[in-house]
Structures are given as C-alpha cells and as structure tokens.
Design a protein around this ligand. Structure first.
Ligand code: SF4
Ligand code: SF4
Length: 677
C-alpha cells in the first residue's frame, strides 16, 4: 500500500527577483514496510524533497505537482492539519542527534512530552511506554538512559534515543536524513540492523537519505538517485548496483574504495567538475558537463525520465551504453595514476613503545588526583620513506593522539620517536625549523585550521616564509604552483575560507601542508567530513602529491576501505594499543585479530547481493583511565578463550612482518576465520 506518493513534484525558492528550482518533476512512491533510499551529492535536492513530505520548507517556497500521504494530498492541508501530520503520522531522524535533542531536558521528559502532547495519556503510562520503546531499540539500561541528559550519552546511544522518539507514535512514514553519518562503523552497523528490524516489526515506510552507497545497499529495497534537483535513475537496489543505467550512478559507484581494491590495482574515480548551481543549470542534460558518455545531442535535448522496463527508470538518452565493464576500461585509460615508484623500504619514522598519558581536566567538584587517561599505551611502528601507514580503529582508540604526538602537539610520557635520524621527543615549539618543514599535518576539519581572516594566498605564504622554503621573489610563483598542484587556479588567491566549499578548503589545507616540502604528512581523517565524490578527489590528490613530492604519509581513518586503498602498511588500534600490524594485504586477509575481524565485518559493502557475516560487538569501548587487564579487548571479544584473556597480556604472534596480539594460536585463528568467510 502506498504511504507517500510524489507526483511531478516541483519545489522552487522564490526571491524578490529570482526563482531557484530546487527540485524538478520528482515522482516516487514508498510503500508500507519499504525502505526507499535517496542518494546523490550535496546540493542535489534529497533533503529538500524529503522535507516536502511534511511541507517543512522555508516561507516563499513554491510547491507544484502533488504529494499524497495515505491517499490524501498534503499540499492543501491547513496549518493545524499539518501539525497533526508531523507529530503523529510522519517522524524524522536527522544526522546530528545532539542537535535534535534538547540539552536541558532529560531523555524521559523529552520522550514523555511527545506522548502527553499527542496522545493525552497519564505520566505513569507515558513512563512505561518510553521505557518499552527504549528497550525495543535495544537500550539495555532504559531506566538509567531515561534519567540521563543528552550529553551523557554516546553518539550511537543518542541516535537510538532519537529513533525511539520517532517511533513512539508509530508513524506511517519515517524520514531518516544521513542518520549514521558521523558514527563509528560498528555503531553504524548496529543502528542499521535496528532500523531494518524496526521496519519489519512496525511495517513503517522509510525514506532513507544517505551519500553512503554501502549503507544504501545494506538497508534499502528501492533507490532513487538525484542530481541537480532531478531524479536521474530509479531501480531496485539489486538492479542499481549490478547494472546502473545512468552514468552518474555508475560514477558514484566508482567513487567508493571497497575492501577488494587498493591503490596499486585500482584508481578511484573522481567525478570531474561540480554539481551545477540550481540557479544556472546547463542546457540539455544537466549531467552533460561531467558525463564521460556525453554526445552532442546531450546538450541539445533535455532527457526525460523514461521507463526502461522491470520497474526501472533513467534520465539518460544513451542508457544502453552505460556498461560497467567498458566504463572501467575507460577509467583505466584516463586515470593512469598508479604509482610508478617502488616504495623504498628505508625507515623515515620509527616509533618505539610510545606512551601518551593525560591528566583529565578536573571538574568543579572533583577531589584529589584522578587516574591518568592512557590515550596511547606502548605502541611501536615504522613508516618507510615514501610509504603510507594507515591507522584504523574506533573513536577513542588513540589514533589521532598518535598523529598529534608525532607532530609534537602532545607531550610524550615515555618511549621514543625518531624521524630521519632526529630524536623527536620535544614538543613542536622546541623542534628545529628544518624538522618542522619536513613534518606536516592535515586535519579532519579544514575550518578549524584555516584562519577565517586570511585569504588563500596569505595562508600559503605563511609556511613559505616561516619555513624559508623559497626566496621572496619566488613566493608568488610558488603559491601558483601549490594551487595548481591541488587543482585550484590563481583566482582563488584572494578568497577567504567562507568563500570556499568544504572540498576546496581541504585542498588549501593540503597545499599548505605541502608548502614546506615535507617528508612526512600526517593526515587525520582528512576526508570524513566531505561528500563521497569530493572524498575520492581528495584521496586521488593526496596520492598524486605523495608521488610528485615523494613524501611518506600516516593516514588515519575509521573507514577501512579507504585505509586499505591507500596504505602500504596498516595498524589497527584499540584502546591505546596496536592489536594488529602488517602489510595492507596481510591485514585484510585471514588471520585477523578478533577486533579487526569485527571491524571488517561491520563495513557496509556497496553490493546488495553480498550478505556479510556481521559480528556485533557487545558493550562500548572501556574507559582509557582504567583499561581492562590482560587483553584490552577481552570485555567485548567474541572469540575470548577464557581467563587467560583477562589475566595475561596477549603475546605478539608474527609471520613475515604481520603481527597479531592474541592468545589464540595463529593457525587456529586463520582456520576459524577462513571457514567462516
Ligand atoms: S543524456 Fe548524455 S550527458 Fe546525460 S547522462 Fe546520458 S549520456 Fe550523459
Ligand atoms: S587475547 Fe583473548 S580477548 Fe584478546 S583478542 Fe585474543 S581471544 Fe580475544
């Protein structure tokens, strides 16, 4: 039964002198118990279209066409009817749960308010219903969570609370807008399982917006791909991933690094150009300026969304030429970015038994000395000249602390860091200038590192001067070259950060890192806040710069697909320690450390035909102030072998440089994981 039907929906923002068509001619239907995925880059109109389901749009927005909810048009509803619809029949879950929760009310008050406002039931009955719903979203300690305030809960727990709140009134339609973006991969997997279970249990129709195709493949039955305000393809999830019929869909699929690929065998595709501004769309097919299959007719005629059988629709005139095999061959020709230089096996960075402990900030009422936070607790690794070490693990595992300590931003508690033969045990202020220029860092959020008051030129000039890289008369040319290296032109010189997109800011941050001619660049989650197509651009850019400038990289990411793609060697960290270390091909082939195994099983694979044997880790990461005895992973390990795991630190088992810290013998681990796979 259709729950929501959009028919030729048009959404236009009308200004005093302008009209901006945000969504054009959108038609889609979502049935009970169906998860419908809406994908596309930022600015494609996904969220705007979803908001039209409940007419949550800014004043002055013009809606045309039809939106029918359970057989009734919502475009003609009065304000009070709309309020009733939003509160009772349609619920929404957004990306940032903390922003959606009221920080000054505890969870019970926020949940109960929904019930007492819409259902007029007693406080006692509301309490019971809230507890029951929290238990249904698998919150074990519901009473405690109800008494908690939002900031006292983890991100995953906050998102579960929001889902429970959304389901309290048993809505017919649930709109989820990037609900797992920003969550760790294991928490994301748990939230997706939960959404799937709840869909079955409540038979709710779900509109699921995501830029992550792996998530879409895991959860959705049908998928609509949006580009520049239009739907360009619609199909069942299996059809879409197996044989996309629009070049944009195929290009999106080729932007994702997956576990089977690495930089030696596959180049990541970056869709050239950007989504056009909605106020000045190109003539003909709006995707033509970026389309690898574009032909002269594409700019002369506007393609319609046509039915191509088997319930599929596409907006491409040449859809029968969209062939993944031919496309891959084309990519192979165009993207000869494979690295030529052999990795030199000379060590550039050597870290031995590094410990970084912090004194926790004392609270207003804390008495006496509090236990130290053991953020990094005895790790050792090397990075070869021109090589890449990828470090992966959940939030709080110590990977960022490791990078910041190597960069000199955290003091070392004990252990040694040696860089190109120099002792790096001093903080950044005491390091010689030659070392500063050779060791640079790229952070996750360029906003926090670019000075909003400085132009791009000033940002790049600073390291050039400070580190004495070139003579004064060569500075301007050096800036041009840096901009060119990150695919920006001289028109960007006078722009301020506020005038740049997220991807452009990160390019400037990367150019700044490379300005000092570094030997090692430490990249701390440099792509996680960017769109998927921008992510691949930045990854390819980093790879090219690494090759051109011959630098080594430490690349930190919670995305194992990205780590696999980029890295020569990989370290998996858990609670301040390394639990597995080796060449990338070794770490991604059994035997795995049980923690690596769980992380690998939690990665969404962008192929709906692949059913993963998922390992759900119980509980959360223990506190680094009081880490578990023996093996740190024993409180959550699905393969725990007994008391030895709790009492004795696991030994390092090593084969050809591949190290796993575990009490389970190597061959036993390998045989269990190979059979299971
Ligand atoms: S119509 Fe032409 S430009 Fe548009 S997607 Fe198809 S081939 Fe590309
Ligand atoms: S040592 Fe024990 S608890 Fe730790 S990973 Fe191995 S089996 Fe699991």
């Amino acid at each position: 039964m259709p729950v929501i039907e959009m028919k030729n929906l048009g959404i236009e923002y009308v200004g005093a002198f302008t009209r901006t068509p945000a969504v054009r001619n959108l038609s889609l239907t979502i049935h009970t118990g169906e998860v419908y995925g809406l994908v596309g880059e930022s600015g494609c109109g996904k969220t705007t279209a979803a908001m039209a389901c409940v007419r949550y749009l800014p004043k002055g927005t013009l809606l045309t066409g039809e939106v029918i909810f359970l057989g009734k048009s919502i475009l003609g509803l009065s304000d009070s009817e709309l309020r009733h619809l939003r509160g009772n029949r349609v619920a929404m879950v957004y990306q940032d749960p903390l922003a959606a929760l009221n920080p000054s009310l505890n969870i019970e008050s926020q949940m109960a308010e929904i019930l007492t406002t819409h259902e007029h039931i007693s406080a006692r009955a509301a309490h019971e219903l809230c507890r029951e719903m929290l238990e249904r979203v698998r919150i074990g300690d519901a009473e405690r969570v109800m008494r908690s305030y939002p900031h006292q809960l983890s991100g995953g727990m906050q998102q579960r609370v929001l889902i429970a709140m959304a389901l309290l009134l048993k809505p017919a339609l649930l709109i989820m807008d990037e609900p797992t973006t920003g969550l760790d991969v294991t928490i994301e997997a748990a939230v997706l399982d939960l959404v799937d279970d709840l869909r079955r249990e409540f038979n709710t129709a779900i509109l699921f917006i995501s830029h992550n195709l792996g998530v879409i493949a895991r959860l959705c039955q049908r998928v609509g791909v949006m580009y520049a305000g239009e739907m360009v393809e619609e199909a069942s999830v299996e059809q879409l991933f197996k044989s996309p019929r629009h070049p944009y869909t195929l290009a999106l699929l080729r932007c994702i690094p997956s576990l089977g690929t690495d930089k030696r065998t596959h180049s990541l595709w970056s869709i050239p150009g950007r989504v056009p501004p909605l106020s000045s769309l190109p003539p003909g097919c709006v995707f033509a300026p970026r389309c690898p299959l574009a032909q002269p007719q594409c700019t002369e005629h506007t393609p319609e969304l046509q039915d191509i059988g088997q319930g599929r629709r596409t907006r491409c005139m040449f859809y029968d030429q969209v062939d993944p095999v031919a496309f891959d061959a084309y990519l192979g020709e165009r993207m000869a970015t494979q690295r030529q230089a052999e990795t030199e096996h000379e060590r550039l960075l050597t870290v031995r038994d590094l410990k970084v402990y912090f004194q926790p900030a004392s609270g207003l009422f804390s008495i006496g000395k509090r236990p130290m936070i053991k953020a990094v607790d005895g790790i050792s690794f090397d990075i070869a000249r021109s090589g890449t070490l990828g470090i992966a693990g959940e939030s709080g595992c110590g990977k960022s602390t490791t990078a910041r300590t190597v960069a000199g931003l955290n003091p070392i508690t004990s252990g040694t860091i040696t860089f190109a033969g120099h002792d790096l045990n001093q903080p950044v202020q005491k390091r010689p200038r030659s070392i500063l220029s050779q060791l640079q860092m790229v952070f996750q959020n360029p906003d926090s590192t670019l000075n909003p008051q400085k132009t791009v030129e000033q940002e790049l000039l600073r390291p050039l001067r400070l580190l004495g890289v070139v003579k004064r008369e060569q500075e301007s040319e050096a800036i041009s070259q840096l901009l060119k290296a990150v695919n920006l032109d001289d028109t960007y010189r006078q722009r301020y950060p506020a005038q740049l997109s997220g991807g452009e800011k990160q390019r400037v941050a990367i150019a700044r890192a490379f300005a000092g001619r570094p030997k090692l660049v430490l990249c701390d989650e440099p792509i996680s806040s960017l769109d998927v197509s921008v992510q691949s651009t930045i990854l390819n850019l980093l790879l090219r710069l690494q090759q051109d400038y011959d630098v080594a990289m430490m690349f930190i990411s919670h995305d194992l697909g990205v780590v696999r793609y980029l890295s020569d060697n990989v370290a998996i960290m858990y609670l301040g320690t390394i639990c597995e270390l080796g060449r990338a091909d070794q770490v991604f082939t059994p035997p795995h450390h049980p923690y690596s195994e769980a992380l690998l099983s939690a990665i969404p694979i962008p192929d709906p035909t692949v059913r993963q044997a998922r390992i759900r880790l119980q509980g959360s990461v223990p506190s680094p102030t009081n880490p578990p005895s023996g093996c740190r992973f024993h409180t959550r390990c699905p393969r725990k072998v007994g008391a030895i795991c709790e009492q004795t630190p696991p030994p390092a088992q090593e084969r050809e440089g591949h190290i796993i810290y575990c009490h389970i013998p190597w061959e036993e681990l390998k045989s269990a994981q190979t059979t299971q796979a």
